[in-house]
Design a protein around this ligand. Structure first.
Ligand code: ADP
Ligand code: TYD
Length: 225
């Protein structure tokens, strides 16, 4: 199916009330992958992008923290363990995200592209929430600019499984990866009740997880089949 035909079907479905909107014009499909480190998000972003491109959709893949100035700052600071307060961390992730929404996500969606995003504000709820910041406060801080995705796949694995998968990653990425902290992060991910969120068991093979994601996506958007 052509991108434009698909988009008009999706928007029809949104108009019928099955899709939560934020009041902004949105054309392309917006899909987010979430989960603890090592849950398999990046792998699934690529599998899904390939599948959607095969269907003729224009797909862009993005990730947060981004490669932009705030994302770079986050990575820089993460090298110095304990150098940053939860509040400061929250500020930086929000600045990075605001820029990502305004400069990358919104224009792409308005141009009819499908956006697949590796981490979004659910990561802030889970990771900065686990650092003690109330979830309501995090949500409030996003209200003025956030775009609600069509679907958020939260890939769930036990912390030991996630950590085992990423044991060879360079140390600078490991600031947020201590075990008990990640257990709190995982609990918050599993507690999220937003209607766009679905939890997927991430313990099976990457292909099996990919098939599950595809089946849920096409159930919600049958035009994709
Ligand atoms: P994340 O982006 O969530 O940190 P990745 O997709 O980078 O996770 O996966 C982390 C590691 O685990 C990679 O080496 C990847 O090849 C591997 N991996 C991904 N999904 C699975 C899976 N379902 N089963 C086993 N290994 C996986
Ligand atoms: P990243 O470098 O993308 O690592 P990964 O490949 O494991 O996803 O992300 C760095 C860390 O940033 C990751 O451990 C999760 C954390 N993070 C937050 O704490 N809050 C956020 O809002 C986001 C987007 C990420």
């Amino acid at each position: 199916m052509q991108s434009s035909q698909f988009i008009s079907k999706i928007n029809q479905r949104r108009k019928n009330g099955s899709q939560k909107m934020t009041g902004r014009v949105k054309k392309g499909l917006f899909i987010v992958l979430e989960g603890i480190d090592g849950s398999g998000k990046s792998t699934q972003v690529e599998l899904l992008a390939r599948r959607l491109r095969k269907k003729g959709l224009k797909v862009i893949t993005l990730r947060e923290p981004t490669e932009g100035r705030w994302g770079q700052k986050i990575r820089e600071l993460s090298k110095e363990r304990g150098s940053i307060t939860p509040e400061k961390e929250l500020d930086l992730f929000i600045k990075d995200r605001r820029e990502n929404v305004l400069k990358n996500i919104k224009p792409a969606l308005e141009a009819g592209q499908t956006v697949i995003l590796d981490r979004y504000f659910y990561s802030t709820l889970a990771y900065q929430g686990a650092r003690g910041i109330p979830l309501e406060k995090i949500k409030r801080r996003h209200q003025s600019f956030i775009l609600i995705p069509d679907l958020v796949f939260i890939i769930d694995v036990p912390v030991t499984v996630g950590l085992k998968r990423i044991k060879d990653r360079p140390v600078i990425y490991r600031l947020f990866e201590e075990k008990s902290y990640l257990q709190k992060v995982r609990r918050i991910f599993l507690s999220l009740k937003d209607p766009e969120c679905v939890v997927i068991d991430g313990r099976s093979s990457a292909d099996a997880v990919g098939r599950k994601i595809w089946s849920l996506l096409t159930k919600k958007f049958p035009a994709l089949k």
